[in-house]
Write a protein that binds this ligand. Structure first.
Ligand code: ADP
Ligand code: MG
Length: 702
């Protein structure tokens, strides 16, 4: 816990500064374990900076979460009394706030992974700190493997020795695995203990609710009970995502305004409730508010995603309310598609972490909305590492672009299932990002330069080669941010929002959800006051603002690529809307469905023939009878499997692409050349003049 000593905050880690620095000097790799809030993320990089490590290169600190990287960098800049972006900076996807002067750089794990693409030695760095290793995010896991490969290369060839150090930081004590991975490197444990936390099972969510939980109004009830019955101390509520958090905060605002403190409250220590939402994409200006202590008599109630589990430490929490659910992107290797869903049961180890947030500075209480049966029957012991439950397509393309051909034999902390890797290879082959022998194609080399999933990157390249990039780039940018449509939960506002979104969809032609995104982007950009325009139209301005910046960056990458001789060009006749949809087909042809002979359902045409429906938010919902073939951006699973963001296409546009979906059979893939060690180039591979978008019967005019 933090205590004030000689005018400065003192955190548990401060007692071990010299020890830690000595350990980093002594060994190439070090694991540091300490409970959340002990000062690892904010202090350890500063220790190394003071000890002179930045003389030999940058101190890089990775975070699995974008918002944690931003917020921690801001805090450290403040502690070091410098402007953010100078000595202390950060880099996250689509946002680089570093300069020549930067010595401590916080970044997402994905950003460091991209740096490996340009320089596998990471020669700009003196130390890499892999923070939040216990989260086992996909990119951090891959960074583990890449660091290990680098060390092995150095062992083999001492002439290339560069003194790069790696520090792995984790909030959970299960660190032996990390140490073993790096040749049994030393483990430094920051001692510390939590105060006792009393568990209260609220019995509101039962095992039968696992598929369709409703935790928002339940959470509100518990928060109001705590607020009126319990002594001082702030509340931290764990929900799943932005929509649930906003809904819950709305109800909380209302309830707390209605509260008559003289009648209902047991103590008059607290006379008002300050409600603060926290989620990944919230604006930076709002983030700092969650850390400031509340005024006397005010109780803070923070409503957060899992980000407040271990990535962010908020002081003063005495009460935790745990919904028992977490949002994670899972992936179905059979259909090759990811889907987002309302939430999955949390693992028990994460539930323990969440409860621990209440016991940092004093004894606390954790209110679990679920009952004991739910805990025992529905919640898994540990969460599966992301690498074992997500699409590996992007990561495999990155590894191959770095020259790591045999992705089955890469140094994984926990290897993914082989079929997941084969599925990724198959997807890359569909996109013509790799050839039959598993080598990255010229198109693949263009795709990997975009911080986008390979399919979406391919639509960008196709659109440019078809001359409709002005329509497609804004769409690609809008697909890269969270859903921008605000859907209030109830009442008059809900109707207004629906009407406003429908108006926008019809303005866009009324037949294609992708062009609705384009219209939102354009209208907002043209508006004199974009923030107001968004408010009036029930659109998240934050999301569109981000999309505007992403658009510029994509344009930048594309402009560079189109200047190269290799850039593919096609000549096709058609209206702009048709060319746009053909470009979309190039990246989403594996997301294609055809309407069943009867009714409103569709069948996917990717060889799996799954039954899917058009999402009610789509402009095409209710118009199914008019449709035949459609492509979609993603599927969501709620009561049914829904396609979200849909547009109609013609069979003739995809008929040349579809056979590719059936050319490879997973069962025969394991022995196939796709995963060969060092493939030998064939005459065909060396033919640089072949059309980059794959000989699909299109005229190439270069
Ligand atoms: P750890 O990484 O070990 O969980 P941190 O270094 O993140 O610990 O946090 C240490 C302390 O720094 C916290 O207890 C909190 O008081 C303070 N702190 C961290 N981030 C911020 C911030 N953005 N604003 C204010 N205080 C912060
Ligand atoms: Mg931390």
């Amino acid at each position: 816990m933090a205590e004030r000593k000689s005018g400065a905050w003192r955190l548990p880690i401060h007692d071990f500064q010299d020890d830690i620095v000595a350990n980093v000097r002594r060994s190439q790799a070090l694991v540091v374990v300490g409970y959340t809030g002990s000062g690892k993320t904010t202090q350890l990089p500063q220790f190394l900076h003071k000890a002179g490590f930045s003389k030999n290169g940058l101190i890089g600190v990775t975070q699995p979460r974008r918002m944690a990287a931003l917020s921690v960098a801001a805090r450290v800049a403040q502690e070091m009394k410098c402007t953010l972006g100078r000595k202390v900076g950060y880099q996250v996807r689509f946002d680089d706030c570093t300069s020549q002067e930067t010595q401590i750089k916080y970044m997402t794990d994905g950003c460091l992974l991209r740096e490996f693409l340009d320089d596998r030695e990471l020669s700009r760095y003196s130390v890499i700190i892999l923070d939040e290793a216990h989260e086992r995010s996909l990119d951090t896991d891959i960074l583990f493997g890449l660091m290990k490969e680098k060390f092995l290369r150095e062992e083999e060839d001492s002439s290339r020795r560069h003194q790069l150090k790696v520090v792995v930081m984790s909030a959970t004590l299960d660190s032996s695995k990390f140490s073993q991975f790096f040749n049994n490197c030393p483990v430094f444990e920051i001692p510390g203990k939590l105060f006792p936390v009393k568990d209260v099972y609220c019995n509101m969510i039962k095992p039968e609710d696992v598929k369709n939980p409703s935790y928002c109004s339940q959470a509100v009830r518990v928060v109001m009970d705590i607020h009126t019955d319990q002594p001082q101390g702030d509340i931290l509520v764990f929900l799943t995502g932005q929509a649930e958090i906003e809904k819950t905060c709305d109800i909380l605002y209302k309830k707390s305004e209605e509260l008559d403190y003289r009648k209902t409250c047991v103590t008059l220590d607290v006379t008002s409730l300050l409600i603060l939402p926290v989620y990944g994409s919230m604006p930076t200006e709002q983030q700092q508010r969650i850390f400031s202590p509340a005024d006397l008599g005010v109780r803070k109630c923070i409503v957060a995603t899992n980000i407040a589990g271990t990535s962010l430490t908020i002081d003063g929490i005495r009460y935790v309310v745990d919904s028992g659910f977490v949002k994670q992107l899972s992936y179905n290797p059979r259909t090759g598609r990811g889907h987002s869903s309302g939430g999955y049961p949390l693992s028990r180890s994460e539930a323990i972490q969440r409860a621990g947030r209440a016991g940092r500075t004093a004894p606390g209480r954790c209110y679990r909305l679920y009952n004991r049966e739910f805990y025992d029957q529905c919640m898994p012991e540990d969460m599966l590492p992301e690498i074992q439950r997500t699409s590996l397509t992007s990561v495999v393309l990155s590894l191959k672009s770095m020259g790591i051909h045999n992705v089955l034999r890469f140094h994984y902390l926990d290897p993914p299932e082989e079929r997941m890797l084969l599925e990724a290879l198959k997807q890359l082959f569909y996109f013509d990002a790799i050839d039959r022998s598993g080598r990255v194609t010229p198109l693949g080399r263009l795709l990997v330069q975009y911080p986008l999933p390979p399919g979406l990157a391919r639509t960008v390249i196709s659109s440019s080669s078809l001359g409709c990039q002005d329509l497609l780039l804004p769409i690609a940018a809008m697909l890269s941010v969270e859903n921008v449509f605000i859907r209030p939960g109830e009442g008059k506002k809900q109707v207004e929002a629906q009407q406003s979104h429908q108006r926008l969809a019809h303005l866009a032609g009324g037949t294609n959800d992708f062009t609705t995104l384009l219209t939102v982007f354009q209208k907002c950009k043209e508006s004199d006051s974009p923030a107001r325009w968004c408010r009036e139209n029930y659109i998240h301005w934050r999301g569109v603002k981000m999309a505007l910046s992403i658009h510029q960056q994509l344009q930048g990458i594309l402009d560079k690529q189109t200047q190269t001789a290799d850039f593919p060009r096609q000549k096709l006749e058609g209206s702009p809307s048709e060319l746009l949809r053909r470009a979309l087909c190039d990246g989403f042809f594996n997301h294609i469905a055809r309407r069943s002979a009867t009714g409103r359902s569709f069948r996917t045409m990717d060889g799996h023939a799954s039954t899917v429906f058009i999402h009610p938010s789509s402009v095409l919902f209710g118009e199914e009878a008019q449709l035949d073939w459609v492509i979609f951006h993603e599927v969501v699973w709620t009561s049914k499997v829904y396609m979200r963001t849909v547009c109609p296409v013609r069979y003739s546009w995809v008929q040349d692409l579809l056979p590719k979906l059936h050319q490879l059979d997973l069962s025969s893939l394991s022995g196939c050349q796709l995963i060969a060690d060092e493939p030998t180039p064939t005459a065909q591979d060396q033919d640089v003049h072949k059309p980059l978008l794959g000989g699909q019967g299109r005229a190439s005019s270069s």
